[in-house]
Structures are given as structure tokens and as C-alpha cells.
Design a protein around this ligand. Structure first.
Ligand SMILES: N[C@@H](CCC(=O)N[C@@H](CS)C(=O)NCC(=O)O)C(=O)O
Length: 220
């Protein structure tokens, strides 16, 4: 464990799914931090020098006591392991495997499908004066159903995605579902999954989730 040291800095944006993941971890651990706003979609690109922090031009990036890190999963694990507060990873190999599995499902399948193919097309496109790409939404819906079904299956006998305690798995999935359910198709699909809907309600009430709501959620 490191001591309190200097304040961790998270470079990212309040609208960003992937920035929200380490923010949730910091909030759940009770770690004070500074959010330095980086708008990756700004005209002209991110601020000069940002690529030194994240060579792929994505958000978030992170710095703590001279250590620079990118990739939200790695940042969240670091936050869990480097700071005091409630553990966000199970101690047993099976529980840890579930955490890693859910994170991988989110990164490999859920993020593109639920956020870009459905939320962006259904909600952001009209807000920006562009017609929704209905073909893209229709093509994404079967995969969205699979994403929701597997998460719902994982929850059948337990309160949280990786077992009896809140973990990084829940913190990785929440920001994706938060945007997805703002799309009408997304809210309807979520409502068809009882365990996931119950989990969603429990997550939504957590102070960490309330404190990190994206501008889009605050607008509804
Ligand atoms: N694997 C990266 C993904 C980060 C990511 O895709 N962030 C989005 C914002 S939520 C981004 O920077 N998008 C910019 C782009 O796609 O050009 C991580 O886990 O940190």
C-alpha cells in the first residue's frame, strides 16, 4: 500500500464512460482526487502533450505520485490496490476471474454495441441534428440482447456481478448501461431482465454513482 501521498489526478471528461470507471473506484474507496478535464472530441483534438499520457488518444489517463497510467481497467485495479478503503476485488480466484470476465465482456462487446451503436445513434445523433442510423441500431440489437442476457445470467443468484460484494465488475458495467438505458430501445431491453434491472436500481442509489452522473443523465 502506498500512503496518502499526493492527490491522484484523472485526465478525462464527465461525459466519458471510461473516465467514469476509475472515478467510481475513487469514490467507492473514498479517495480524494482531481479531475482534469480533457475533451477528446474537441475540435482540434486533445490538448498538446496529451498523447504523452495516452498514446492512443483516448480518455482517461491517470497520474499518482509520479506514476503515469492509462487504460481504465488498469487504473481501477491500481486504485483498488494502492489505496485504503473497501476492497473492490474478491480474494478468491473464482471471484477475481468473474471480475476479469465481466470487464472483458464490457470492453469487447458491450461498449461498442450499447454505447456507440445504440445510445449514440438513438440519442446523440438526433441531439446533434443528425438522423439516427436505423440499420446500425437494428444490426446491434441482437448483440445488445446477448450482452444483457449474459450479465443477467451472472446475477441470478447474487447481488453483484462478481459475487456477494460490489466489485470492479459492477463499476465497469454501470457507466455503459447508464448511457444505454437513455435510449428507448435500451430502457425497454433492460426492463426485460429482472436481475439486471434489480442490480441497476441498487447501483443507481449508490453515492458514487450519483456523484459521477454524466451531463446526459443530468439533462433528463
Ligand atoms: N481501452 C480504453 C478505452 C478508452 C476509450 O475508448 N475512451 C473513449 C471515451 S469513453 C475515448 O477516448 N474515445 C475517443 C475515440 O474513440 O476517439 C480504456 O479502458 O481506457
Amino acid at each position: 500500500m502506498t500512503g496518502p501521498g499526493s492527490l491522484p489526478i484523472l485526465f478525462g471528461a464527465r461525459y466519458s464512460v471510461y473516465t467514469r470507471i476509475p472515478r467510481l473506484a475513487l469514490e467507492e474507496k473514498g479517495v480524494p482526487y482531481r479531475l482534469e478535464e480533457v475533451d477528446i472530441f474537441a475540435r482540434g483534438g486533445p490538448p498538446a502533450g496529451y498523447l504523452e499520457r495516452q498514446p492512443f488518444g483516448r480518455i482517461p489517463a491517470f497520474e499518482h505520485d509520479g506514476m503515469r497510467l492509462y487504460e481504465s481497467g488498469a487504473i481501477a485495479r491500481y486504485i483498488d490496490e494502492a489505496f485504503p478503503g473497501p476492497a473492490l476485488q474478491p480474494a478468491d480466484p473464482r471471484g477475481r476471474a468473474r471480475v476479469n470476465q465481466v470487464i472483458s465482456i464490457c470492453d469487447s462487446y458491450a461498449y461498442r454495441t450499447l454505447v456507440w451503436d445504440i445510445f449514440v445513434e438513438r440519442v446523440s445523433a438526433p441531439a446533434e441534428g443528425r438522423a439516427s442510423d436505423e440499420a446500425r441500431i437494428a444490426a446491434a440489437l441482437p448483440r445488445a440482447r446477448t450482452c444483457l442476457r449474459v450479465l443477467d445470467d451472472l446475477l441470478q443468484d447474487q447481488p453483484w456481478l462478481a459475487g456477494p460484494a460490489l466489485s470492479l465488475a459492477d463499476l465497469h458495467a454501470q457507466p455503459i448501461l447508464a448511457l444505454f438505458r437513455l435510449a428507448e430501445d435500451g430502457a425497454q431491453l433492460l426492463a426485460q431482465h429482472a436481475a439486471l434491472s434489480r442490480w441497476w436500481g441498487t447501483m443507481a442509489a449508490r453515492p458514487s454513482v450519483q456523484a459521477t452522473r454524466s451531463p446526459r443523465e443530468l439533462a433528463v
